[in-house]
Design a protein around this ligand. Sequence first.
Ligand SMILES: Nc1ncnc2c1ncn2[C@@H]1O[C@H](COP(=O)(O)OP(=O)(O)OP(=O)(O)O)[C@@H](O)[C@H]1O
Ligand code: SF4
Ligand SMILES: [Mg+2]
Length: 373
Amino acid sequence: MSGDVILRATGVTKRFGGDGFLTRSPVVQAVDDVSLEVRRGETFAIVGESGCGKSTLARLLMRLLEPTAGQVIFDGEDISHAAGPELTRLRRDMQFIFQDPFSSLNPRMTVGKLIGEPLEVHRPELSTGERRAKVGDLLRTVGLSDEHANRYPHEFSGGQRQRIGIARALASGPKLVIGDEPVSALDVSIQAQVINLLGDLSRDLGLTLVIIAHDLGVIRHMSDRVAVMYLGRIVETGTAAEVFDRPRHPYTQALLASIPAPRPEGEERAAHLLGEMPSPTAPPPGCRFHTRCPFARPECRTAIPELASADPGEDHRVACYYWRDIASPDGAARAVPRSEPAEARFALYRAAIEGGQVVHKPAGSAPAAPPAT
Ligand SMILES: Nc1ncnc2c1ncn2[C@@H]1O[C@H](COP(=O)(O)OP(=O)(O)OP(=O)(O)O)[C@@H](O)[C@H]1O
Ligand code: SF4
Ligand SMILES: [Mg+2]
């Protein structure tokens, strides 16, 4: 593994179901032959429509699920089938931030206990006093204060709860944090604060972040590289700038074109992609996108296009036979014009993120006033 790659998936596949003796349940092909690399210190985003396999992939990358086929290498070790003490060590080095800050925190535990629990498991050498001090550090790192340790999750707002979830994830001193829709349950302005916090943490602590999101507006400004998933497979990957500004796959182009406009009252109306995503129990043969692709040709139905770059060594890769023809008739890639709603949404997030609304004090500094999130 090259030095700067912390996580590598090769041909990772996950099928659910197919069990039962008399009434065999249908096989769900949730993730199919996914290969990707996450580099140390970067923010890597996985995007795609609901049901395309993002959460399943995230769980496979963290060894919360065992792959049906393929391999996951984390920090030089094959973790695909890790168990026992190896799994305990993994839980320390890879942490998860959940989507829902309301249900992911035990309501009967104080914040101090919630954050102290992973410290007890992964840092048993700490005395009670050291653990308490560390909980205070972690609270301040996420922009809360020591006094919050004695309160219960229901006493906090959604944004604050997500900060608590992040502090809990940081307690074991992980190398990599995976956030499955970490801000999608929050209001846009609070989303920006939490995104800023994650960005600060990744920079200050040298963390690698894998962020799952269906909101491309969020991803545009926080990720270094992006993978676009469709029906269990990655169809395009590259730097955020490449994928957003020069999307090659018709699905990525459609996703960008269907970004809903931000609305002041918080209501959003998505311009939907043409048709429904087929069921992962019966994915179409050949290119899985062919049933919805306006550029599909008969050959697209026969074999699955490989995820490949235009030139060897190029980071931007796409799984489409005809992306060059689609990008422009003369074969030169060109920027695809984005819709006005997409531009408005990107601008909204950019403004919120650049507005520096987050009140974030690094560990060890004086207790901060709790942010009004
Ligand atoms: N344990 C399971 N058993 C059976 N099917 C499952 C299981 N977990 C996920 N699936 C199916 O696998 C497919 C991918 O699900 P997954 O939750 O990974 O998608 P997702 O992209 O995270 O969707 P969302 O954006 O809605 O969270 C879906 O069809 C889902 O119903
Ligand atoms: S391979 Fe064919 S069906 Fe698939 S995205 Fe490309 S043009 Fe569309
Ligand atoms: Mg999900």
